[in-house]
Design a protein around this ligand. Sequence first.
Ligand SMILES: Cc1cc2nc3c(=O)[nH]c(=O)nc-3n(C[C@H](O)[C@H](O)[C@H](O)COP(=O)(O)O)c2cc1C
Length: 480
Amino acid sequence: MSGRLEGRLIALGVTGSIAAYKAVELLRLLTAEGADVVVLLSPSATRFVGPLTFAALSRHAVESELMELLPDGRIGHIVIADSADAVVVAPATAHWLGAMASGMAGDVVTATCLATSAPVIAAPAMDGDMWRHPATSGNVERLRTAFGYTVVEPGSGPLASGQSGIGRLADLPLIVDAVVAAVAGRPVRAPDPAARPPRVDGVVREPDLVGRHVVVTAGGTREPIDPVRYIGNRSSGRMGVAIAEAALDRGARVTLIAAATSVALPDDRAAVIPVETTGELRAALLATLFGGAGEGFGDAMAGGAANGAGGGAPESATARFDALVMAAAVSDFRPTQAPDHKLERGAGMTLELEPTPDLLAEVSRITHGLDSTGAATRLALVPAPVLVGFAAETGSLDRAPDKLRRKGVDLLVANDVMDPDSGFGTETNRVVILDADGGRDELPLLSKREVADRVLDGVVARMDARTPAEQTGAMSEVSR
Ligand SMILES: Cc1cc2nc3c(=O)[nH]c(=O)nc-3n(C[C@H](O)[C@H](O)[C@H](O)COP(=O)(O)O)c2cc1C
């Protein structure tokens, strides 16, 4: 038997009420009626229920940021306003009723309602005194009569305030019935999925990195020419930050070593180490991964314990990290000299550049117990960390397999930065993931977040494939 909302797109707006948790069940009931549901959260609502739950159940990215575009560049609230068969706001706060009645459009829920010609259903929930206030009554009246909205009035019972009375969110089946009644007899507005907000193009992942330490580098390094100028690159840090966020969402402890970025960093959830130059990035990497202090650490490791104590044969080489994802765009060259004063304008100048160290190759050597000549002179780290490199190419990706071998990594993520969809600063990426066993996974154009999850899928698969001996010590070190 098909549901009463089969083929419909319903936008579920959730605002900052204590009853916001009930919207999760409402989403489930709408889905059970056959609806494709996309969720809009006001900023306050995100404080009550996290977007992940809604995203996992709706299979759509949650709209909560008015100023952020969809991965394909369309404006989220307009796409939803134009394609939804109905917008149901449940719970609707007193504040939302007032903002809506006044025609304000400061968040995705009000903006979508203003922009849509679809029916709107509002189910208020609030304290009894708020509900009875003449301001609220006036706003409800205006939404009903001037806007033609359906208002599913709150019921009576125990309230969050500890009191009992009117203000509880109406029973969920009543809200579903109101949505069904609102769309009855109307044609489906956007039967073509391309006109709707995109479905999440992958599965929402399980927390499969709990207890793991994932180190991510992001952004572009800057090599000083003088105190005010530098050689930099166009990396925004978006891909690296997406990987850090995806790893956090999957339960990992994350250290994010961030060179120059132009996106917000998850510094409330990850340990963020800001760096500027390749030298600083190297020092931060070695300290984080091996407890080393930078310059010369790689060679000083010869014959010493990989976790810091130099000299003598190590008894153990317990890894401090489970995976390293090197998404930072590290400068390949730096000026041989950077004067401590600003260079004056002149007729012209020639900059002399020297190559920077290959950080990933160095980390790989230390991880595998090799010195700079490639000789096995120390213990390999246990458990074997998974190393992931990125290769930004211009044009052909033919050099990528060679890079994977040279750098000694498990996975190499290669992309063509000349492709307008997967260059610097874009929301999307089209990558090929190569693995050390010769595997090659050519992914379609995806959001950077989905690319991040695909990369982490590969990381998790390689962690799971480690032999019992290689696993030893992993959790004890990380849980310290
Ligand atoms: C714990 C808590 C519970 C709240 N519950 C409600 C509620 O049920 N209804 C309501 O109208 N406001 C409630 N509020 C106040 C709203 O969160 C506040 O007015 C907010 O600005 C609403 O923003 P929004 O309408 O953009 O989501 C609550 C606030 C807190 C701190």
